[in-house]
Design a protein around this ligand. Structure first.
Ligand code: SF4
Length: 355
């Protein structure tokens, strides 16, 4: 087993950056956020791409940029409109963070993203990865970025045989990434590293025979490529029971808006109550539903929660006591649903309830 390099060790890989950038210039995918690059466009694309596939993001990105062509347009928009455009993309906190961040930039930086890593990090919703992406890709600043793809590529290049979920190892990987970023075209290098992870240095079956870095890769040389990075298993999702009321009348559907600080904050859904068991959920539903009739079950897995939701059709009770997670409950025209932020889970609930 090779010893992992120390965090501050110089990266002994001469020519790596030039080789990787040359490969990127030859084979980069044609993606909408790679043209007309600005800090704002990089920001939107990088937030959308977190935890989400490129093919899923493309139509969302294009709709979002059409609705909010500039950072000032986004800052001036209502959060309802932002969430409506984000509907189905998941991880809605990202949309709220982006919106708050845009308002922060207007308030403190006259609507222009600063070309400075420390100042970028001071903006609401911008963490080290996003700051590195905006600074290097949009402004050509020599600074690293580390995401899941970069972790995988660097853990393999340097055959790091420790749990890559550990903060100490991630710090080591950030330091390695920092030591590799060239002065010339730092953004292209960072993007190439992510592209290599997305297209070639794949999680299960790395395509080492096609990889421009194979001659410099320790994991490839040691036959460890497919077994790295080492990752401790993630926490198993918690099972959550819930019951949901899909109430309809004259082409309208009853929806509740979740409080801003709740999971799915600001999104609309059929009124739903969570409980520790299916029976308890059904009992709690009776506080706001009149003569509920079972319509089936919806299962939905989020990163830390596995939801099992019993769906009921029926009417709201005469004096409904909705769960406190909603700050508003109203009848919505079914033709207006596209104007509302609605999660994939809520769409499944409505479908199961016949809406
Ligand atoms: S040689 Fe294989 S393991 Fe190493 S960086 Fe390339 S694809 Fe990844």
């Amino acid at each position: 087993m090779s010893k992992p390099p120390a965090a501050d060790a110089p990266a002994p890989r001469p020519g790596l950056a030039a080789e990787l950038i040359a490969w990127f210039d030859r084979s980069a995918r044609d993606l909408p956020w790679r043209t007309n690059r600005t800090g704002y466009r990089v920001w939107v694309s990088e937030i959308m791409l977190q935890q989400t596939r490129v093919s899923t993001v493309i139509p969302y990105y294009e709709r979002f940029l059409a609705a909010f062509p500039t950072l000032r347009d986004l800052a001036a928009a209502d959060i309802e409109q932002v969430l409506a455009l984000w509907s189905g993309l998941g991880y809605y906190r990202r949309a709220r963070g982006l919106h708050e961040g845009a308002r922060d930039v207007v308030a403190r930086f006259q609507g222009e993203l600063p070309a400075d890593v420390e100042q970028l990090l001071s903006i609401k919703g911008i963490g080290p990865y996003t700051a590195g992406a905006i600074a290097s890709l949009a402004f050509g600043i020599q600074t690293p970025l580390v995401d899941g793809n970069v972790i995988r590529v660097l853990a393999r290049l340097f055959a790091i045989q420790e749990d890559a979920r550990q903060a100490r190892v991630q710090k080591q990987i950030w330091a390695l990434a920092g030591s590799l970023v060239p002065q010339d075209r730092p953004g292209a290098f960072n993007e190439a590293l992510m592209e290599l992870g997305a297209t070639t240095c794949l999680p299960q079956q790395p395509l080492c025979l096609l990889c421009p870095l194979a001659p410099r890769c320790d994991a490839h040389r040691l036959g460890l490529a497919a077994s790295l990075p080492l990752l401790a298993p993630p926490r198993a999702p918690t099972l959550v029971h819930a019951a949901s009321l899909v109430a309809r009348r004259e082409r309208q559907i009853l929806l509740g808006r979740r409080r801003p600080d709740a999971l799915f904050g600001g999104l609309w859904e059929p009124p739903t109550v969570e409980a520790s068991s299916p029976d308890e959920a059904a009992d709690l539903l009776a506080r706001f539903a009149s003569r509920p009739a079972p319509a089936g079950e919806v299962q939905h897995t989020l990163s830390h929660r596995k939801m099992r939701v019993a769906v009921f059709t029926g009417d709201p009770a005469p004096q409904p006591g909705y769960p406190p997670v909603y700050d508003e409950v109203r009848w919505v025209q079914e033709g207006d649903l596209h104007l509302y932020g609605i999660s994939t889970l809520a769409k499944k609930l409505m479908k199961k309830g016949g809406a």
